[in-house]
Design a protein around this ligand. Structure first.
Ligand code: PGA
Length: 242
């Protein structure tokens, strides 16, 4: 595991963008595992800038997302499908047919099956991760056991509280989601985790110092991998005592 600390979240995001560019230049048809949330917005902005500067093309790349809220249609501005198009896909040359996204309004069992089949047939080359304050990765919430593959999740109270900041008054935040499982994340060729700010310090500190793998701290499973790069800002690193 490689832990890198940058002066600012902006500099950390610029580094992460270079990792994506490097991946695509080494293997243009890479399958990129994408994440959503506040942390990766600046990374996606930097990828768009690199594309505009003709430093990278996604014409052969493929993507799959970690998760999606249940109950939100892809054109709902709060869905992760909408997030991906508005924050990244609409601004680069990634072909629409190379994008795998879940339908939050689809029949859950059918979506889980479709997701599972896709992941079993298509190994992820580079998986991007954020982390929840409770140590979740994707929407693999703290639990007594890990779920291997795609599964339906009852979102943790802490996640609902934290993500409700993105919902406007009058909008109801879903309480369930479909998430990639731990197997899917662990089978990715490379993992790049971004975490910024004091709020994530506790989860990162526990992960770095853990000597066991604990499903109550899902991110701790990354300790079983070699190829993981954890990208932090100084604010988080200092608060975590790293
Ligand atoms: P955030 O979410 O980037 O919005 O903090 C990350 C996550 O919950 O995985």
């Amino acid at each position: 595991m490689e832990i890198l600390v940058f002066e600012t979240a902006g500099k950390a995001s610029a580094f992460a963008a270079e990792k994506f560019i490097e991946q695509i230049s080494q293997k243009p048809n890479s399958l990129l595992g994408m994440a959503t949330g506040g942390t990766v917005v600046s990374l996606y902005q930097k990828i768009i800038e690199a594309y505009q500067q003709k430093r990278v093309s996604f014409a052969s790349a493929r993507t799959v997302n970690l998760d999606e809220y249940v109950g939100l249609s892809p054109d709902n501005a709060q869905s992760y499908a909408y997030y991906m198009y508005s924050k990244l896909f609409d601004h680069i040359d990634l072909p629409k047919e190379n994008i795998f996204l879940l339908d939050g309004l689809g029949v859950v069992d059918s979506e889980l099956k479709r997701f599972n089949e896709f992941l079993l047939q298509n190994p992820i080359d580079l998986q991007l991760l954020g982390i929840g304050t409770n140590g979740h990765i994707g929407f693999n919430e703290p639990s007594s056991q890990f779920q291997l593959g795609p599964h339906l999740v009852d979102l943790a109270e802490e996640t609902i509280k934290s993500n409700s900041r993105f919902f406007k008054p009058g909008e109801t935040m879903p309480t369930q989601a479909i998430s990639m499982g731990i197997r899917d994340i662990m089978l990715a060729g490379k993992v790049l985790l971004l975490a910024f700010g004091k709020a994530k310090a506790d989860a990162i500190c526990k992960m770095v110092n853990s000597t066991t793998v604990d499903p109550m701290l899902p991110v701790s499973v990354l300790n079983l991998r070699r190829n993981v790069t954890i990208v932090l800002d100084k604010e988080l690193a200092q608060a975590a005592g790293l």
